[in-house]
Every structure is written in structure tokens, then in C-alpha cells.
Design a protein around this ligand. Structure first.
Ligand SMILES: [Zn+2]
Length: 196
């Protein structure tokens, strides 16, 4: 935007400078016409007129230099605008691409959430209500994880290895006993890989 502003400022400056040149050029042409017409006869007036024509020519040259200088500045401003426009387009393309990938990921995640939610409903409905209540309470207290797998004598919830006394207690517990972690109180899920 700054480059575009500079470019349009230069354009305005150029128009103004060109108008200045035009004004001087017209005035010089008018003077020249008067001189050529022979209407001015007094030597003093003629000398004045010639002097004015000469100084107008000098002024026109100076003003034309100004026009050229402004045009050069405008040209580099235009180049800068073109370069930045290209960069904006390339960054925008990256943004568009990332947005599209994000939206696709959202869609995938939403689909996964929906199917996992449905799965959970089925699993939750199949178990005893009091166990589910305990699990939900623990889940709320323990950062979203109410039960943890016991894997190779290590509690996956709080990541602590079982002490030998605790291990022995779990070994003799009935299969339908709800085993709890003594450390974090989460439900411990026994599997074939529990190392019991
Ligand atoms: Zn624990």
C-alpha cells in the first residue's frame, strides 16, 4: 500500500510538472508570435520580449528536468508495486493452501469425533452404570483420563511401576474387580500385556 501511495503521489507530481512545462511553453510561443508579428517596434520592448523568451526557454528546460526526475521516481515505484504485488500473490497462495488443508483436517477431525462419540455411547451403555459413574468422576478429576492400562507392570496413567505388594494384590484380584491405582486413583485396566 505504501508503494502504491508513492506511485500515485509520483503520478500526481508528474501531471503537475507537465502542466508547468506546458504553461511556460505556451507563454513562450505567445511571445514568439508577438515577436514574429512585427507588432512590437520599440527597441526596448523588443529587447524585453527577447529576454523573456530566452528566460522562458531556460525555465522550460529546468521544468522538463523536473518531469524526467519525477518519471524516474515513478518508474521505480511502479517496479516496486509490481514486485510486491507478486509477493503478495505468492503469500496469499500459501495462505489459501494452508486454509484448504486446515479445513480438510477440520472435516476429518469432526468426522472422527462423531464416530468416536457414537462408539463411546455404545461402549458406555454396555457397562455397569456405577462403574461408568466412577470412571466419569475420575476422568474429570484426572485431566480427562479416568482409566489407564497396566502395561508391563507400569501404570500408563501416572507412569509409575507397581510396587511388589500392589502387584501381588492385583494378581489375586478377581477378574471383575475394579482395580484402582494407589497413586492417582485411576481405574487400572488389566490386559494380557500387564506383566502379572
Ligand atoms: Zn496412577
Amino acid at each position: 500500500m505504501a508503494a502504491q501511495t508513492e506511485e500515485s503521489d509520483c503520478a500526481r507530481e508528474q501531471t503537475k510538472a507537465e502542466q508547468d512545462v506546458d504553461q511556460v511553453r505556451k507563454r513562450a510561443a505567445r511571445d514568439q508570435q508577438r515577436l514574429d508579428s512585427g507588432a512590437v517596434t520599440s527597441p526596448k520592448d523588443l529587447a524585453n520580449l527577447q529576454h523573456e523568451i530566452a528566460s522562458l526557454a531556460k525555465r522550460q528546460g529546468d521544468l522538463e528536468d523536473v518531469v524526467l526526475e519525477v518519471m524516474e521516481r515513478r518508474e521505480s515505484a511502479q517496479e516496486r508495486v509490481a514486485e510486491l504485488t507478486e509477493r503478495v500473490a505468492s503469500v496469499q497462495a500459501k495462505v489459501d493452501d494452508a486454509t484448504a488443508r486446515r479445513d480438510a483436517a477440520f472435516e476429518e477431525i469432526d468426522g472422527e469425533v462423531a464416530s468416536v462419540t457414537k462408539e463411546r455411547e455404545v461402549v458406555a451403555a454396555a457397562g455397569p452404570a456405577d462403574l461408568l459413574k466412577l470412571y466419569d468422576k475420575l476422568r474429570e478429576q484426572q485431566g480427562g483420563i479416568g482409566a489407564a492400562k497396566l502395561y508391563q507392570r507400569t501404570r500408563q496413567g501416572c507412569r509409575q511401576e507397581l510396587a511388589i505388594t500392589e502387584l501381588n494384590e492385583i494378581r489375586v484380584a478377581a477378574p471383575d474387580t475394579v482395580v484402582r491405582c494407589e497413586n492417582c486413583r485411576r481405574i487400572l485396566v488389566r490386559t494380557a500385556e500387564s506383566g502379572l
